[in-house]
Design a protein around this ligand. Structure first.
Ligand SMILES: CC(=O)N[C@H]1[C@@H](OP(=O)(O)OP(=O)(O)OC[C@H]2O[C@@H](n3ccc(=O)[nH]c3=O)[C@H](O)[C@@H]2O)O[C@H](CO)[C@@H](O)[C@@H]1O
Ligand SMILES: C=C(OP(=O)(O)O)C(=O)O
Length: 419
């Protein structure tokens, strides 16, 4: 399996292109099940997860054409198989996003239960409760969700007891084809959800309240074709902002949108890193030294849990201490022991990590079990003395396109080792 080797100590200068968001691309692709299409997604990232979603849709019977040179994905056709198999769902939890669209359009779906993963148990009870509120009959057997709505879904009011990105997306997609009005209250309002809503509207859906935590959807009988550009990836942008923070220097993050990075920019600002909106993107620059600054993960517009590991790597070399609290996932500190192996001083107490900054990290062979933890080790490697080898690059490829090429182009000493 590929590895990434980094020799630390070089400041970064130049510009990095930010691609379309993984976490927008996956639900947008699932939305392709809601109409015969074609649904053409532009600014499509070339990622392992996007490939997995493409394979999932293809095995449902859709035609999926990913033009990597043009960065488009065209999805068209009808589902002929309503089952999402374990083998694909276990690779990528976002596979569960086909449940709402299949059920709404075809009246039935069998989707493997995704199960937990390295960052937490991640149940899907809210997805199922919301669909039940819309009239679906749901049975769980043999590790599969079997959902039926023989006479279609009916609009309903659903109050999320807890904010969930995926459940909001599943219910939003299902509601577009339900009879009558659906109201989703305490809905997630991540930019990727706005992006999905705008695409659904372009397909003919009737949605109000986009950008708020209260979505009102008036069901329609069918949806049609659309062209939609995928929103730039705020997590990829935030990750490269952390690269500039930890390695020093100045980067232009092309196409990044500062308005989607509010909490991250505020916390990095307290830590001594300037982020400003400029023509064509966001400029990020480490000012003088880095200072400890606390962060707590929250649903958007709060500090993203998907930025927690990267920010922790930055705090590992800041002057002073920082408390980083994770409120979204119960087990998202898997990077801590690996960062400590590189010389960081981090202690975890329940949902909080106390990071005491050290003057320097030292390179080591490291490995992580999830995507953002893996990239946090790449960031740590940029600041470490000597050589760091990040193993199990599979996780990085799920969510970062050509991470080593993008960092090498701005001055990092980094390469992919292929066995
Ligand atoms: C593909 C994608 O977009 N993934 C993102 C999405 O994941 P995902 O959609 O899985 O995350 P959720 O927002 O649903 O999860 C938030 C919390 O709610 C819990 N929960 C969720 C659903 C449910 O039915 N029951 C339940 O208890 C989860 O276990 C977690 O503790 O949002 C997360 C939170 O911003 C991000 O970290 C992921 O990168
Ligand atoms: C946790 C993540 O993704 P997923 O929900 O696909 O596991 C992530 O993008 O950091």
């Amino acid at each position: 399996m590929d590895r990434i080797r980094i020799r630390g100590g070089r400041p970064l200068r130049g510009s990095i292109p930010i691609g379309g968001a993984k976490n927008a691309a996956l639900p947008l692709m699932a939305a392709g099940l809601l109409s015969a299409g074609p649904l053409v997604l532009a600014n499509a990232p070339d990622l392992a997860d996007v490939d997995t979603m493409g394979r999932l849709l293809a095995q449902h019977g859709l035609s999926v054409a990913h033009d990597r040179a043009a960065r488009t994905i065209a999805i068209a056709g009808e589902a002929t198989n309503l089952e999402a198999p374990y083998d694909l769902v276990r690779r990528m939890r976002a596979s569960v996003l086909v449940l709402g669209p299949l059920l709404a359009r075809y009246g039935e779906a069998r989707v493997s239960l995704p199960g937990g993963c390295a960052i937490g148990t991640r149940p899907v009870d809210l997805h199922l409760k919301g669909l039940e509120a819309m009239g679906a009959e749901i049975d769980l057997a043999g590790g599969y969700i079997h959902a039926r709505a023989p006479s279609g879904l009916a609009g309903a009011r659903f109050l999320f007891p807890q904010v969930s990105v995926g459940a909001t997306e599943n219910l939003l997609m299902a509601a577009t084809l339900a009879r009558g009005t659906t109201e989703l209250v305490n809905a997630a309002r991540e930019p990727e959800i706005d992006d999905l809503a705008h695409c659904l509207i372009a397909m003919g859906a009737r949605i109000e309240g986009v950008g708020t935590d209260r979505l009102r959807i008036e069901g329609v009988t069918h949806l049609g074709a659309a062209n939609h550009p995928i929103v730039p990836d705020r997590i990829e942008a935030g990750t490269y902002a952390c690269a500039a923070a930890i390695a020093g220097g100045e980067l232009l993050l092309r196409e990044a949108r500062l308005e989607h990075l509010g909490s991250v920019a505020r916390v990095l600002g307290e830590a001594g890193v300037e982020m400003v909106a400029v023509e064509g993107g966001v400029r990020v620059r480490r000012l003088n030294g880095l200072h400890g600054a606390d962060a707590m993960t929250e649903p958007y517009p709060g500090f993203a849990t998907d930025m927690q590991a990267q920010y922790m790597a930055v705090m590992a070399v800041a002057e002073g201490a920082a408390m980083i609290t994770e409120t979204i996932f119960e087990n998202r500190f898997m990077h801590v022991p690996e960062l400590n192996r590189m010389g960081a001083r981090i202690n975890v107490h329940g949902a909080s990590a106390i990071v005491r900054g050290v003057p320097a990290l030292s390179g080591a062979p490291v490995m992580a079990t999830d995507l953002r933890a893996s990239v946090s080790l790449v960031l740590a490697g940029l600041a470490a003395s000597g050589e760091t080898v990040v193993n199990r690059v599979y996780h990085l490829d799920r969510g970062y396109e050509r991470v080593e090429e993008k960092l090498a182009a701005v001055g990092a000493d980094i390469e992919r080792l292929t066995d």
